[in-house]
Design a protein around this ligand. Structure first.
Ligand code: PEP
Ligand code: MN
Length: 337
């Protein structure tokens, strides 16, 4: 259930409603908008329980949320959520472009790529230190050594760093070094990991699972948010279909669908969606036109020898060209980069 307060309801009325809800034995989640405060009440959906709150002073309406996710729903938080990480804001008018290699492979390599993507306008650095590879024989990442390299280069460039945690153990390590913790497609429904990610209170970038619906994705976001962490950024990264020309199929419709149903920022990863570097520019431009809040792009200075995902990595100069095109499409829809 959510209790929508009247516009500019005074604080004592808000506190009075909260007290009534808590006295009735329920937990409160507050969402303060510019005009209205919305009081989310966990676990109440029965009519008989909603009625006592309708007559309290300052209450505009009491809505039963029928969706299985509540904190992530637009009903609970009508305004877009903005997640601020250092100077970068996800979910604002300016798109966030994150770039970097699939895996951290060494310090010089990571520094060179990071400086190049920064020079082209990237405002976020990506890179994997713990890699969830489909084969146990593939490169599994540099681990903590990789995190140290990322942190050092993040500090040098002044850009926030985003990297993946693959299990509760690596989560604790990643939380020590990273600015944004990435939960990958293969872990989208690892509920213990989601709960622990929620408990860190840190910004979490949650990728859509390969066979997950947008509703599944929002339910996974709800797991993080129900731990009291509303710093959640969603990422569409392609889903499995019968098409084999691309590694996955980028679900462009997920962008407007998510935008309608949730207030959380929506990023798009055309690299993992397509699996081939020659399609990344087209998909990036389509995603921007479709209303995403930013892109995550894999960039490598020598894709042929990359330890992971070389075939879908852009060269720094290809990334620079993509940025120029992206700015034009963003400008056409009134957004900037
Ligand atoms: C990645 O970002 O390198 C990655 C492994 O992504 P995904 O979880 O989307 O496959
Ligand atoms: Mn990758």
């Amino acid at each position: 259930m959510i209790i929508v307060m009247r516009a500019h309801a005074p604080e004592e009325q808000i506190q009075n409603v909260i007290k009534h809800v808590e006295d009735a034995g329920f937990e409160v989640h507050l969402s303060r908008g510019v005009e209205r405060t919305i009081i989310g009440v966990k676990g109440v959906s029965h009519d008989a329980l909603t009625q006592p709150f309708e007559s309290l002073k300052g209450v505009d309406e009491v809505i039963r949320v029928l969706k299985p996710y509540k904190l992530a729903s637009r009903e609970f938080h009508p305004d877009n959520t903005q997640v601020k990480v250092k100077d970068v804001i996800f979910g604002g008018n300016t798109l966030v472009i994150g770039a970097g290699p699939c895996s951290i492979e060494g310090e010089d390599m990571y520094r060179d790529i990071s400086q190049a993507v920064k020079a082209s306008g990237a405002t976020l650095l990506r890179g994997g230190a713990f890699k969830p590879r489909s084969s146990p024989y593939s490169f599994q990442g540099m681990g903590e050594e990789g995190l140290k390299i990322m942190r050092a280069v993040g500090n040098e460039t002044g850009l926030p760093i985003q990297t993946e945690a693959t299990n509760p153990r690596s989560l604790q390590l990643v939380a020590k070094y990273a600015d944004i913790i990435q939960i990958g497609a293969r872990n989208m429904q690892n509920y213990d990991l989601l709960k622990e990610a929620g408990q860190t209170g840190m910004p979490i970038l949650l990728k859509r699972g390969m066979a997950a619906s947008t509703k599944d994705l929002l339910l996974s976001a709800e797991y993080i948010m129900s731990e009291g962490n509303d710093q959640v950024i969603l990422c569409e990264r392609g889903i499995r279909t019968f098409e084999t020309a691309t590694r996955n199929t980028l679900d462009i419709s997920a962008i407007p669908v998510l935008k309608e149903n949730t207030h959380l920022p929506v990023m798009v990863d055309p690299s993992h969606a397509s699996g081939h570097m020659q399609y990344i520019q087209a998909l990036s431009l389509a995603a921007i036109a479709g209303g995403c809040d930013g892109l995550l792009i894999e960039v490598h200075n020598n894709p042929e020898i990359a330890k992971s995902d070389g075939e879908q990595s852009l060269l720094p100069e290809q990334f620079a060209d993509l940025m120029e095109q992206a700015k034009k499409v963003a400008a056409a829809i009134g957004r900037d980069i």
